[in-house]
Design a protein around this ligand. Structure first.
Ligand SMILES: Nc1nc2c(ncn2[C@@H]2O[C@H](COP(=O)(O)OP(=O)(O)OP(=O)(O)O)[C@@H](O)[C@H]2O)c(=O)[nH]1
Ligand SMILES: C[C@H](OP(=O)(O)O)C(=O)O
Length: 203
């Protein structure tokens, strides 16, 4: 089995630019990538892991540099199955949650992201292809249905939380225990527990 972790190395996390500088977004993205790789390393299963990055990145894993758009780069990896694709911004991903995905026997096992994206999937049939962005989760279910694939929708809170927007940072402070949480704390972020939704704020 192959596990591919797409990673935007050059201009990551632009939707966090209201709260993080470009250099901070790179550091924070690297911390989330490290957490995802750490969680994968804790899975008791046989697979190889490749970080599919838009540019060079220093990590303790095989790196494939591919600067084509995300959908093109990922589809190029799906001829060889089984292949799982796990996004690098799943700051809460745990070994148990990933093991459940990687154990799955359906032609396509797929975990939604908050807001309609696709945070992780395992394709066991080479007929599956991705079409990311927008409500890609629904698009991916339709692609699988058109190809006649069996589908398991993986219901996992820990895999559903991708860190895209400033309000997502609170999830990392509330539930994270890895490098991404440490990075936010070192950068001065704290939970602001007021009357409404809890926020991650810094002075
Ligand atoms: N290889 C590759 N990975 C990408 C690309 N765009 C995004 N990613 C990765 O795919 C996952 C989901 O990315 P998004 O949240 O859609 O995009 P992002 O670049 O991280 O953030 P935004 O700039 O705020 O959209 C993350 O792990 C990204 O690092 C790309 O063009 N190529
Ligand atoms: C790549 C994209 O990620 P999002 O923008 O939803 O985080 C998607 O899952 O289609």
């Amino acid at each position: 089995m192959h596990v591919v972790v797409p990673f935007s190395a050059d201009r990551p996390k632009t939707r966090l630019s209201a709260v993080l500088s470009a250099a901070e977004r790179r550091e924070f993205s690297n911390a989330m990538l490290a957490d995802v790789l750490d969680a994968l390393a804790g899975v008791d299963a046989a697979f190889d892991t490749t970080v599919l990055a838009t540019g060079p990145v220093e990590v303790d894993a095989t790196v494939a540099v591919d600067d084509r758009p995300l959908t093109t780069a990922v589809n190029d990896r799906l001829d060889s199955t089984p292949t799982a694709v796990v996004m690098a911004d799943l700051a809460l991903a745990s070994a148990d949650a990933l093991a459940d995905l990687l154990d799955s026997t359906a032609d396509l096992s797929i975990a939604a992201g908050l807001g309609g994206g696709t945070n992780a999937f395992l394709a066991r049939d080479p007929a599956f292809r991705v079409d990311y962005h927008g409500a890609s989760y629904r698009d991916h279910l339709a692609i699988a249905e058109d190809a006649g694939l069996s589908v398991r929708e993986v219901d996992s809170r820990l895999l559903a939380v991708d860190i895209d927007e400033p309000e997502d940072l609170a999830e990392v402070l509330l539930h994270g225990d890895g490098a991404a949480r440490d990075w936010l704390v070192d950068a001065g972020f704290e939970l602001d527990i007021g009357g409404g939704r809890v926020e991650a704020l810094r002075e």
